[in-house]
Design a protein around this ligand. Structure first.
Ligand SMILES: *[C@@H]1O[C@H](CO)[C@@H](O)[C@H](O)[C@H]1NC(C)=O
Ligand SMILES: *[C@@H]1O[C@H](CO)[C@@H](O)[C@H](O)[C@H]1NC(C)=O
Ligand SMILES: *[C@@H]1O[C@H](CO)[C@@H](O)[C@H](O)[C@H]1NC(C)=O
Length: 507
């Protein structure tokens, strides 16, 4: 006993000159408490300062306490914090007189991440970025400009220390010839350094597409953190969208905690993926014709059974109901449905509603008057779904995609808020067994499904590379996306104080 206590020559035992005295013991404990309160308070304020205004919402754990807490709790990630501060070598941008004009393509989230990549590309190429033009036709019918959807001034100011951003190209440059480039997908620093050779001939480079133009990995830490500052701090939604994003408060006042379900059982998803399981022949034919007639979908002949075996189909509303029930969510659970119209309409949605009657969506939580301004603006409506999904207690995507990835990544960044990613391949196997009468709904199914998802709650882990065996440039396509999991670059252990997130640098 004596010997072992003598070996404890650390700070606490030196501090405790007389361990047996009750008074000094009480004093010691009180000081410890005081220190930890100060430390906690300090780190909390630093973290809070660092959050974009809307997406942060403290966990609501006061209501519905009890045995079901594990259904809602955030995966263990206590020592991890967002970290987006640049390194000490980071320099302020200079006005090079060179400009990058950009046209973003894709849906809302593809454009958001693409634009943040262009912020990084502008930094790498020493260019001034002109506020991007948005996609108005290819997928989404929406005439919104950047400033309709995003807070333009906040974007420019927040990135002031990183990249010069201007609203428009200077008048005298409007008519000069521009280099028009489709940058190669998943390119790294050396590619863009080489592209800087274009400045010898041109003062303006126009970028025709922004999706996945920057690699996920092997970029300098300062570039990766810049991507995070751009996406999580600078790219805030415009005030009208942020205001309606307060739908979240309305939801909370109804039922406390809620699941945001990105239900992608949409006509185009089913048609594109060729998934017709459980549909009528007429529906399957309608989807096939749609696919046939959509030029940019290259694959026309798809075997639905094989798609399902591969886990490449979205979960149906009925399957989502089975899934949530098996995980143990009570039928009173409030579920916010993000996403477009369910294929098959209300009768198919009813297959979920019959188990979980508390289904809501932006159309039922917001008033018709509030939504009026958003009609014919798909991207703005998608922004509402995005906000409510990021802030939810549990986010569950029924299919993969840009929105699911962006929401998951944002939730990881904010503190690994729970995101349950269904193992669709595994689930389809179980559901097919049920259809063949080899398995029944009940405790066995429930435990199989729980086991299958034990490690699919969005807990901390480093971003994954491509699966083994994938070679060459194809590798980049199969890597986990940077914005789906910005760990380790933008999520650090709080023990490394120097790397801890501090707010707005260079402003
Ligand atoms: C950008 O400017 C910095 C400093 O002015 C310089 O070191 C760097 O090589 C430039 N990069 C390119 C791609 O021109
Ligand atoms: C650099 O760019 C030039 C054209 O600007 C191209 O011919 C060359 O192959 C590029 N080199 C690399 C390594 O990408
Ligand atoms: C689709 O794939 C399944 C499983 O591989 C196979 O049994 C079936 O015959 C295929 N159907 C067609 C129409 O090719």
């Amino acid at each position: 006993m004596r010997g072992s206590s003598h070996q404890r020559t650390n700070a606490s035992s030196r501090f405790l000159r007389n361990p047996s005295s009750p008074l000094s013991f009480v004093l010691y404990i009180s000081l410890l408490c005081l220190f930890s309160v100060i430390f906690f308070f300090n780190s909390t304020t630093q973290i809070l300062e660092n959050q974009p205004k809307y997406p942060f919402h403290p966990q609501h754990s006061s209501s519905l306490k009890g045995s079901d807490d594990s259904l809602w709790s955030t995966p263990f990630s206590h020592s991890l914090r967002p970290c987006v501060k640049p390194t000490s070598q980071y320099t302020a941008p200079q006005n090079s007189g060179r400009y990058l004009t950009v046209r973003s393509n894709g849906g809302l989230n593809q454009m958001r991440t693409g634009m943040c990549d262009m912020v990084a590309v502008a930094r790498i190429m020493n260019a001034t970025l002109v506020i991007p033009q948005l996609d108005r036709k290819s997928y989404w019918k929406d005439s919104s400009t950047f400033s309709d959807i995003f807070d333009e001034l906040h974007f420019i100011r927040t990135l002031q220390g990183d990249v010069r951003i201007v609203k428009e190209l200077p008048k005298e440059l409007e008519s000069v010839p521009r280099a028009r480039k489709h940058f190669m997908t998943w390119s790294g620093i050396s590619y863009y350094k080489n592209m800087s050779g274009l400045w010898k001939e041109y003062q303006v480079i126009h970028v025709a597409k922004t999706d996945s133009r920057l690699s996920n990995n092997d970029l300098p830490l300062d570039i990766q953190r810049l991507r995070c500052r751009a996406l999580y701090q600078a790219l805030r939604f415009s005030p009208p969208i942020e205001n309606l994003g307060k739908l979240v408060e309305r939801l909370r006042s109804h039922g406390g905690r809620y699941i945001a379900l990105h239900l992608r059982y949409e006509k185009d998803v089913l048609s594109f993926s060729g998934c017709t399981h459980g549909l009528s022949d007429a529906e399957a034919e309608e989807l096939r014709i749609m696919r046939e007639n959509t030029n940019h979908w290259k694959e026309k002949k798809i075997n639905s059974t094989e798609q399902r075996l591969g886990g490449l189909c979205p979960l149906s509303p009925k399957e989502v109901g089975l899934f949530l029930h098996a995980l143990g969510y009570p039928s009173s659970t409030l579920i916010y449905i993000a996403g477009g119209d369910v294929y098959g309409g209300s009768s198919r949605l009813h297959e979920l509603e019959s188990r979980f009657p508390n289904l809501v969506s932006k159309d039922t939580v917001a008033t018709a008057k509030e939504l009026e301004a958003f009609s014919d603006h798909d991207s703005q409506k998608a922004a509402l779904d995005f906000i409510v999904s990021v802030e939810s207690d549990v986010f569950i995507p029924s299919f993969s995609g840009n929105m699911a990835r962006a929401v998951e990544g944002h939730r990881r960044f904010l503190g690994h808020h729970k995101t349950i990613t269904p193992d669709r391949k595994g689930l389809f196997e179980l559901f097919d067994k049920m259809e063949r009468g080899e398995l029944e709904e009940g405790s066995l199914l429930s435990s199989l499904i729980k086991q299958m998802h034990e490690n699919r709650h969005g807990g901390p882990r480093k971003r994954g590379g491509a699966p083994p065996g994938v070679k060459g440039r194809n590798r980049f396509r199969f890597e986990e996306s940077f914005y789906e999991n910005p760990y380790p670059e933008c999520i650090c252990s709080s023990k490394k104080n120097g790397q801890m997130a501090t707010s707005k640098v260079h402003i």
